[in-house]
Design a protein around this ligand. Sequence first.
Ligand SMILES: Cc1cc2nc3c(=O)[nH]c(=O)nc-3n(C[C@H](O)[C@H](O)[C@H](O)COP(=O)(O)OP(=O)(O)OC[C@H]3O[C@@H](n4cnc5c(N)ncnc54)[C@H](O)[C@@H]3O)c2cc1C
Length: 355
Amino acid sequence: MKRVAVIGGGINGVMTAWELSKKGHTVQLFEKGTLMSATSSASTKLLHGGLRYLEHGQFSLVREALAERAWWIEQAPHLARPLPILLPIYRKSSRSPLKMKIGLTIYDGLAGKACLGRHQKLMPSELLALLPELKPEGLVGGYRFFDGQMDDRALGLWAAEQASKAGVTIRENAAVDRVTSSGQVIAGGDWERYDLVYNVTGPWAEQLLIQSGIESSVRLRLVKGSHLVFDFPIAHGAILEVPGQRRVAFILPYQGHTLVGTTEVAQRLNEPVECSAEETSYLIGFCRSYLHRNIGEANIKTHFAGLRPLVQSARDAGSNSRESAFEQTDRVITVFGGKWTASRVLASRAAAMSM
Ligand SMILES: Cc1cc2nc3c(=O)[nH]c(=O)nc-3n(C[C@H](O)[C@H](O)[C@H](O)COP(=O)(O)OP(=O)(O)OC[C@H]3O[C@@H](n4cnc5c(N)ncnc54)[C@H](O)[C@@H]3O)c2cc1C
C-alpha cells in the first residue's frame, strides 16, 4: 500500500484516483479549482467509440471506447443514455455512402454485445421525417446509428463521489505549484512527500513538469474546441461535414436545447479558453448551411470551450498525435491526453504503474 497524490480533478484525474484506491493505496486528489471545471465539462457530451478513428485504422482504440460507452450508461443511467444520430449524405459530401456503410458496420461489429442499436440506411424522406429542419436540396440519403450522450459535469461528479466513497481524499482549491521527482508535492507554501505522484492535469500536464524542472520527451499541442448551445430544441442529432471541408461537426439535442460543435483552433495555454467571435460565426454558418431555421446570435443560450491536449513526442512534433501517453520520472508519473469516454481504461493503465 502506498501514499499517492493525484494532481488534477478532471475525469482522468478522478478515475485515476479511484482506480488507485481500488488497488488499496491511500490517495489524495489535488484540484486547483473545483472538480470538473475545465476540459471535462466542455466536451461534446458524447460517450463514443469515435467513428472518425476508423478512418485512421485505430480499431482497438474504437473497440475499447465502445465497451466504455456501455459501461458508463450501465453504471449511471440517470446521467448517460443511448443517443440516435443521423449521418445525412449530400451530393457534395466527401465521404461516399459505401464508405459510411462500411464504417458503421465495423463500428457496430466492434461494439459487439455493447452495441446500443444497429445502424439503419435511410432514404431522404426518412431523414427529413426524423429531422424536419434539415435542408432537402442535394440530400441523397444517409444513415442512423447510436452513440451515447452524457451530462459530462454531473457524470464526472458522480465518478468523484464513487472515488470518495472508495477512500480518496479530495482537496479542491488546492493548486500544486510544483512536484519533485523524489515525490514531494508543493502546494500553497506547504509540502508533503508521497510514494508516488500522478500528474493528470490534462492541458496543464507539460506546464507542471516545466514548473517542476522535470524533463519530458512528450510535447502537448493544444487545440481549442468551442460549442454553442442554442435556445431551441432539435428533433434529432446529426453529424455533418462542414461545407467545403472534410471535417465534421455535430448538431445534437441536449437538455431540451441544441448543442453545436466543435471548432479546432491551435492555442497556447495562457490564452483565454472561450468561444471567440470567429468561432461563433463559423458554428452559426455551419448550422445555417444545413438547417432551415433562421439562426443568429440571439439564439445562443450559452457557449463553452475546452482545450484538447494532443500528444506528440518531442522528436516528431510535426507528426500525427497519439491518443494518450504515460511517462515516469522516478516517483512522478505523468498522464498525457486521453478521451472522456475511455478515462477508466486510461486510469487503470496509469494505476497499473503503481505496482
Ligand atoms: C472541445 C472538446 C470536445 C470533446 N468532446 C469529447 C466527447 O464528446 N467525448 C469524449 O469522450 N471526449 C471528448 N473530449 C475529450 C475529453 O473532454 C478530454 O479528454 C477530457 O475531459 C480530459 O480530461 P482531463 O482530466 O485530462 O483534463 P481536465 O478536465 O482539463 O482536468 C485537468 C484538471 O487539472 C487541474 N489542474 C491543472 N493544473 C493543476 C495544478 N497545478 N494543481 C492542481 N490542479 C491542476 C485543472 O484545474 C483541471 O480541473 C473533448 C475535448 C474537447 C476539448
